[in-house]
Each structure stands twice: as structure tokens, then as C-alpha cells.
Design a protein around this ligand. Structure first.
Ligand SMILES: [Fe+2]
Length: 450
């Protein structure tokens, strides 16, 4: 369901485009081959759009085409060509809700019309466009087209996610800025070529279209490979300690859910997911006999295991991944009251992202079955976390986490069905019996050193 403010906003944008389309209706009686070619180019650009940010945005060359139509064929053509030919694959296959489909049409109609109007108002003349000289009005028109496209969409995202426009701009500009730097020269060339040689040579622009799409797909693939690399690291850890793999995946997932709930920008949410997934990666460097020891740890053993945040962070530095998530991995055992490790950081000295990971880390550890104890219930785990608010955990993060947990049982809903099972392969009773037996044997043999 769309929030009320968003519905009002979408209605207003729709109304504005409707007025523009009615005023521009004469265009429909004047269709020719140029219209067909530009409509084809717009449709191809839309169909070949590359989705980024898990469906939250797409990069395509549809904007240069709409801009060019507005410039060379006039505002009325820009408005109408911004409607149907700009529909993308998701919209055409019914994956986008109809109000959003209409909103997108309205948005492109406004952009196409405005670019043409601005070009003319500034004295722009298509007859004088050339491949050699720059046209001031065209540059301004391109800026207007980009600005309108950027802000009309951004305001909608901010209203939908109920976040401030400033924060949404900070997160999204880097996804939209590249399309602008592609748009200006491509739009310019398309307009100039049309002036010099007519509509047919415009088809040559299919070549850069395909090239840019290939490049975008590669960028997306690099991003996916990055995620795979993280999983590969975790698979290595899984071979050593099967519990930690599922735990790490869940901590990443819960961390992302909590960060999003706390309205952190989407790029930070993704980094927190990575930090959560990698927080215990340093355990790969801890000897098996200490890591999997069932009895009480000796002081040297405790010291060794407490090195895992430092080891993890240094491993991530060496493979050059995880960005600032490395720091968050380093500090995931710091405590709000300053008694944690490795740096005894206090309160807000600990990065906020780490404080988020710490809370969900503890929550998952408590709500998972371990060889030596059954999982705690969601409610009991929350109670424990609240008791540690202000000592182990940041009170604000605990407050937000409890608030979130009143709406969703993370352990039951977010942890299930992702392929990272919360129950170990071996039945818990068997593991418990094995643990008890080994512990008794161990205690019979020697008294552990403190
Ligand atoms: Fe840890």
C-alpha cells in the first residue's frame, strides 16, 4: 500500500502530465517515420535497462532518447514519446504495480515536454545544431531533463520509504549520475545527427546503446562476484566450523533488516550485511582444537580466540574487500561500557554499524541451537538483550531492535527459508549427549587451568 503523501504526490504528477498531453494532442495527428524510429530507439533503451540495487533502480539510455525527441521534434513529441515507448521489461510483464507504471509514464512525459520547452525558450534552434559547435540551450535542456527525472523519482522514493530527501539523494545520486554523463553527449549527438542527416542514421546509436548495456551488465556482474567472494570466504569457514556459516549469514541478514529499520542509507545497509556475514571470518585462523573445544577454555586459549576480530579484519585487508566493513569486523566484540576487546572502545567511539552487528550477533547466538544448549525463545533472547542495554549494547540500538522485534520475529521469519539452516545437520540431542560425554572425559582427565 502506498503512503497517503505518496499517493497525493503521484496524483499531482499524473495530473500535470495529463494537462501536458492534452495540450500536446496535435502531435498524434502528425506521425511519421521519425516518430517510429525514435519510438523504436526509446523502447529498445527501456527494454535493455539494467536493474541495479536489487530492483530499486535501473540504468538505461531512455532519457537521452526522450531528451533528443523533445529537442528535435518539439515539446509535444517529447511528451507523447515519453509515455508508451519508455515502458521497460518489468512494466510490460506486469511486475510493477499499475500506479507506478502510470507514474513513470507521467514522469517521462513531463521530462520530454520540459526539455523541448526549455530548448525553445532559450532560443535554441535545431537548424543550427551541428556536430562541431556546442549549443547552450541544448546543455541547459539536458540539465533540466536530468534534474526533473532525478528529483521527480527521488521525491517518490523518499515518500515511499518515509526517509528524508537529503538521505535518499545521498544514496541514489551515484546510481543516477553516470546516466547523466552518458545522456548529455549521446543526446547531443542524436540531435545533431538528426539535423544533418535525417532520422535513419539515428539507428547507428543502437551500437553505443548495446555497448553501454554490455558495460552495465559487466559492472553488475562484478558486484555479484564480490558477493560470491564473500560467500566463498564463508564456505571456507563452514568447513572448519559448520555452526558459524549459518550464524554469519543470519547476522548479515538481521543486521541489514535492523539497519534498514533504523533508516540508514541503502549502501550502508549493504555494508552492514557484509560486515555481519564476515564478522567471525577471523575464526578461520584459530586452531580447530581451540575453536571446537567443548570444555572450558584456558586463559591462553581465551586469549587466542579473542584475537579473531583482529585476524578477521587483517584477512579482509589482505584480500582488499569489505571496505569500511573491515573496521566494523575489527570492533564487533567491543562493549558499550568499554570492557570489550580489542581496543576497549567506549560508547559512540564504537562505530554505529558495529553496535548494530553486536546486537544481532548476540540475538542470533541466543536463538540458535548449540551443542551445549537449546535455543532460547525469541522473547527470552530479547529480555537478555534489554538487560545488557547500556552495558554490553548501545541503548538506542537496543531500543530500535526491540521496536523492530515487536513487529517481526526475526528468528522465525528472516532466518528461515534462506538455505542457511538454523538447526545443525546432527540432531541436537545427539550433539548434546556427545558434548556431555566429552566434557566428562575431559574433566576426569585434568582440571582446567583458569
Ligand atoms: Fe565474534
Amino acid at each position: 500500500m502506498y503512503p497517503v503523501k505518496l499517493r497525493i504526490y503521484m496524483g499531482l504528477v499524473g495530473l500535470a502530465s495529463l494537462v501536458i498531453l492534452i495540450v500536446s494532442r496535435a502531435f498524434l495527428t502528425n506521425l511519421d517515420v521519425s516518430v517510429a524510429i525514435f519510438a523504436g530507439a526509446a523502447l529498445l533503451s527501456s527494454l535493455f535497462a539494467v536493474e541495479m540495487m536489487r530492483g530499486q533502480g535501473a540504468v538505461s539510455l531512455v532519457l537521452p532518447v526522450v531528451l533528443t525527441v523533445g529537442i528535435v521534434m518539439g515539446p509535444a513529441a517529447g511528451a507523447w514519446m515519453g509515455t508508451i515507448p519508455t515502458m521497460n521489461q518489468r512494466e510490460l510483464t506486469g511486475k510493477v504495480k499499475w500506479p507506478s507504471v502510470l507514474f513513470n509514464r507521467a514522469q517521462f512525459a513531463i521530462v520530454g515536454w520540459s526539455s523541448g520547452e526549455v530548448f525553445r525558450a532559450l532560443g535554441g534552434d535545431v537548424g543550427r545544431l551541428s556536430l562541431a559547435g556546442l549549443s547552450g540551450p541544448l546543455i541547459v535542456a539536458a540539465l533540466v531533463a536530468f534534474g526533473l527525472n532525478f528529483f521527480i523519482n527521488l521525491i517518490a522514493v523518499a515518500l515511499r520509504q518515509e526517509r528524508s530527501l537529503k538521505e535518499i539523494t545521498r544514496v541514489y545520486y551515484k546510481w543516477m549520475l553516470p546516466s547523466f554523463f552518458v545522456m548529455l553527449p549521446v543526446g547531443y549527438l542524436m540531435a545533431a545527427v538528426y539535423r544533418v542527416s535525417g532520422p535513419w542514421p539515428e539507428l547507428i546509436f543502437l551500437v553505443p546503446l548495446i555497448a553501454v548495456r554490455t558495460w552495465m551488465v559487466l559492472v553488475k556482474r562484478v558486484h555479484e562476484m564480490y558477493n560470491h567472494t564473500i560467500r566463498v570466504l564463508l564456505v571456507g569457514l563452514d568447513a572448519k566450523d559448520p555452526y558459524t556459516f549459518g550464524h554469519s549469514m543470519r547476522v548479515g541478514q538481521y543486521g541489514a533488516v535492523l539497519a534498514r529499520y533504523m533508516k540508514l542509507p541503502e549502501d550502508v545497509v549493504e555494508q552492514i550485511r557484509h560486515a555481519g556475514m564476515l564478522h567471525d571470518i577471523g575464526k578461520m585462523a584459530i586452531p580447530d582444537e581451540i575453536l571446537n573445544k567443548r570444555g572450558r577454555l584456558t586463559i591462553p586459549e581465551t586469549f587466542t580466540i579473542q584475537r579473531h576480530p583482529v585476524l578477521g579484519s587483517s584477512m579482509l585487508t589482505q584480500v582488499k574487500i569489505a571496505g569500511c566493513a573491515r573496521d566494523w569486523v575489527l570492533h564487533h566484540h567491543e562493549r558499550w561500557d568499554g570492557t570489550g576487546y580489542p581496543d576497549n572502545m567506549v560508547g559512540e567511539e564504537i562505530p554505529l554499524e558495529t553496535r548494530i552487528v553486536s546486537v544481532v550477533d548476540a540475538y542470533d547466538a541466543m536463538t540458535s541451537d548449540r551443542p551445549y544448549r537449546q535455543a532460547m525463545s525469541h522473547e527470552d533472547a530479547l529480555k537478555e538483550i534489554m538487560e545488557e542495554s547500556g552495558t554490553q549494547f548501545d541503548p538506542l540500538v537496543v531500543e530500535k531492535f526491540v521496536e523492530l522485534c515487536s513487529e517481526v520475529n526475526l528468528a522465525a521469519e528472516e532466518g528461515a527459508g534462506h538455505g542457511w539452516d538454523r538447526t545443525p545437520n546432527i540432531p541436537i540431542e545427539e550433539l548434546q549427549a556427545e558434548y556431555e560425554r566429552e566434557l566428562q572425559e575431559y574433566l576426569a582427565k585434568e582440571t582446567p587451568q583458569e
